[in-house]
Design a protein. Sequence first.
Length: 133
Amino acid sequence: IQASISLTASEIEIIDVVMAAWDASKWQFHDGYGFDDFAADTSCWEFWPVVVDGVLAGVILVNGPELHCCIKPAFFRRWATPGMYRRVMRHKALHGRLVTTVNVDHDAGREFVERFGFTMTGNTGHVLHYEMR
């Protein structure tokens, strides 16, 4: 998607959304894990497009109480709108809690989930586990 194209969330194709999530998060995966693996592993997940100024900035992946924010670095600190916050809080009310994980090397991700209200509950190697009740 070119930056000159102005989008609304309803105009985005699913392949664009999956690719945006992959592009924002692929650095975290081991060698040999590719787009096809990612697409297969997330095929049962909901994809919430995140559009900033008409550009697909990333995606929130949702599966039950688990969610992951896959945001392109150029949009850090400008994508989390009040409307997105309300949508996430409605989802939390539906499931009673939210959980996520963050790579220990992802400073912006760690800072975001803690600022958003998640509490770290543990870690598995280089992956930090968070929950919001």
